[in-house]
Design a protein around this ligand. Sequence first.
Ligand code: OGA
Ligand code: MN
Length: 283
Amino acid sequence: MSIEVIPLDAPLGAEIRGLDLKTDLTAETVAALDKALDDHVVIVVRAVKDLSEEGQLRFANCFGEISKRKRPPSGRGAMGDFDNPFMFVSNIIKDGKPLGALGDGEMWFHHDTSYYPEPRRATLLYSMIIPTWGGQTMFANMYRAYERLPKRLKDKIEGRKVLQVHDYRRVERLDPAKINLDEILHHEHPIVITHPRSGRKSLFISRLISMSIVGMEHSESEDILNELADIAEEPSNVYEHQWEVGDLVIWDNWASIHARKDFPRDQQRLMRRLVIMGQPLST
Ligand code: OGA
Ligand code: MN
């Protein structure tokens, strides 16, 4: 079996054709998928019918070791089984309990796990139930975002770090005055990272998770973070994935941010998610 990698008509992303996840993959296919993720940042496999957990793990293992989830220090906001690498992204309530996390509606652009000391390389979602409208996932290319920064902004962020904070919000800027860092996962990272695999510079901020530029006065930090986020989120830098049931999508979390569009609260949405291990990031 040899797979085809077809770039999307978008600033990032490629579709994979000819992949069969029901049987073991050859070393050649594994290497081709790994390279496709490095080259295209997001990869999409369409119409993967009835993908088993085993099949999803088989796909995920092409990109590295599977990561377990981390509990927040306070236990607050945490949901699901932390020993199972699979997590559901869902708004479904079963027997009075949420089936998964990140439930309803819109979510602003973010990196997954950018508040860990070792941000994870990639996240993959397999779609099982989708609403009749909305719930698209948007991906922005952070290599391009970096390349698009005006020199004035590049100079301002040169050598700076950003405090990345996970406070379980979805559509709100974090207010440092109201945040108790002892209770939630957080970490400082360089604003511009060198992607560990490609060696390219990538902008490592997001509207949702990046709370403040370290050592900078708050209003100036807000101005700069907002300007950086605006550049990253420009429609010409974004691919919008319109989900169909059976789509399998994986994104490079060091080179992209993603967001979710709103969808009706009275309709179900169910995605099965895995995360690939990461490493510390440097300038
Ligand atoms: C995630 C995430 C987006 C979506 O799983 O990390 O951001 O569209 N999901 O559900
Ligand atoms: Mn996410």
